[in-house]
Design a protein around this ligand. Structure first.
Ligand SMILES: [Cu+2]
Length: 488
């Protein structure tokens, strides 16, 4: 957290009380008619192509009965899911009609970082446009990705204002015939702070401040399921800063997809932690008839970090005729396509990556340096795997994310992790969080740098918007053997 947060923390109780009474804190507002849960609009590719225009405009939105103005794609807080198949092409024109720069990143996608594809060094200046072309390879992982701006210093506020939405590569359920035709529910988990009736001014977001939790822009909508019915939910933490520690009363999450990768087997959770930018594809099966809540629990990111209040995200009503022949859960492991265990494979290189911050929590570093887009911090030779030890010497959690590829988590604070597949985001414990583990918190991951499509420059960073915007980001250059520049 930043110094601002400290000051705000002192008066947070007072603020909380006034916001609660104004109905600002999610589930405390009693409405006579609860809204039904609504999926985001889905735009499907046609003849292998999506051709869309996103106008970035200041527009008025209503969340939890309160209105505010923020920059958004085509004026909506809940932009569409772009749904493609392997081998498709996305043509996306971004028109910048706000008074800030912006750009677009295709989070988690295994695509080219070269312009006009996933080049996050592009800056679209006010009153100008950029035409992105994203070619999705024929062997691209299937699952849920997302798009959001990646403009250094402005990412947090642009995302919180609504600029993030789903990018679906279809096909993740295909190996499982028993899931054919099941209902799919896509849930954008986003929060927005509204201060004195307005979206926070530049630099005004305080991650610890009271906020409005939403699912697809809705506040605690009702979602219905039959007893024994199995639905596929994609829970997407696509907000600016928050962790979501999720609990579905009386029900389990059966995860079969994480971060746009099919798992190697079903992973069962009573409680599912989604750091910023994580997406989980989970099967949920309706239990006994009744009313159950999906809650984000209160969450503390550490002594140097932030406190998020909890909220009810939605209410699940189990009702109607029971399904007579429910899908057997978990899905048997034998039905999952085989995935290689990267943690057991030889690596070409090992590195140490250290996340740190100043004592006042205002400035953030990777390996002692603040982000500089003109510097190359890490040169990676394409063709192999690398084992990275990502350490956190600060007193708050950070979220490691790398562009263009995925990694497998091998160890967290010395504890070997079960093999469940790859992901693009991992929470890094803070120093001292685990009394049994001495020194900085750490995760050991193996990153896949084998795909030549990643040739070019991209970044790895903390995905907490506040930290990323204040220095916690570094550049990597992926090069083909024989073409690599010397490392600085
Ligand atoms: Cu961080």
């Amino acid at each position: 957290m930043r110094g601002l947060s400290r000051i705000a923390a002192g008066i947070s109780l007072l603020v909380l009380v006034s916001v609660l009474s104004a109905g600002g804190c999610s589930d405390n507002k009693k409405k006579p008619d609860r809204e039904e849960f609504v999926n985001p609009v889905v735009i499907h590719s046609r003849d292998g192509v999506i051709d869309e225009v996103f106008d970035v405009i200041f527009s008025e939105h209503e969340v939890n009965g309160r209105s505010f103005v923020s920059a958004a794609y085509n004026g909506t807080f809940v932009p569409p899911v772009l749904s493609v198949k392997r081998g498709d092409t996305i043509h996306l024109r971004v028109n910048n009609s706000i008074d800030q720069m912006t750009n677009m990143h295709y989070h988690g996608m295994n695509i080219s970082p070269l312009s006009p594809s996933d080049d996050i060094f592009i800056m679209i200046t006010p009153s100008s446009s950029f035409d992105y072309t994203v070619n999705i390879p024929e062997d691209h992982p299937e699952g849920m990705f997302y798009y959001h701006p990646h403009l250094y210093g402005l990412t947090e506020e642009q995302i919180m204002g609504g600029m993030s939405g789903g990018l679906l590569v279809e096909g993740v359920l295909e190996p499982f015939p028993q899931l054919e035709g099941i209902k799919r529910q896509i849930m954008y988990l986003k929060d927005v702070q509204i201060q004195n009736g307005e979206f926070p001014p530049p630099g005004g977001i305080d991650p610890s401040a009271p906020t409005n939790f939403t699912v697809n822009g809705q506040t605690n909508p009702v979602l219905r399921i039959r007893p024994g019915e199995t639905q596929f939910w994609t829970l997407m933490n696509i907000g600016a800063d928050l962790y979501y520690d999720l609990e579905l009363e009386g029900h389990k999450f059966y995860e079969i997809e994480r971060d746009g990768n099919r798992r190697s087997r079903t992973v069962e959770y009573e409680e599912l932690l989604l750091p910023t930018s994580s997406r989980a594809g989970v099967l949920v099966q309706g239990g006994a008839p009744g009313v159950y809540t999906l809650r984000a629990k209160k969450f503390n990111t550490g002594p140097q970090g932030d406190n998020y209040g909890g909220a009810t995200l939605l209410t699940m009503i189990v009702e109607g005729d029971p399904v007579l022949d429910p899908v057997e859960l978990p899905i048997p492991e034998a039905e999952f396509p085989v995935v290689g265990n990267l943690c057991e494979m030889p690596v070409q290189r090992e590195r140490d990556i250290v996340f740190s911050e100043t004592a006042d929590g205002d400035t953030f570093f990777i390996n002692g340096k603040e982000f500089d887009p003109s510097r190359v911090d890490t040169v990676v030779e394409i063709g192999g795997l690398e084992r990275w030890r990502v350490q956190n010497t600060s007193g708050e959690l950070h979220v490691f994310h790398i562009h263009l590829t995925d990694f497998q988590v091998c160890e967290i604070n010395g504890v070997p992790q079960p093999f469940v597949g790859s992901q693009d985001t991992i929470n890094i414990p803070y120093e001292g969080q685990d009394p049994d583990f001495e020194g900085p918190g750490e995760a050991i991951i193996v990153i896949d740098f084998r795909n030549p499509i990643i040739e070019g420059k991209a970044v790895y960073h903390c995905h907490i918007g506040e930290h990323e915007d204040n220095g916690m980001m570094a550049v990597f250059q992926a090069c083909l053997p024989g073409t690599c520049p010397p490392e600085e």
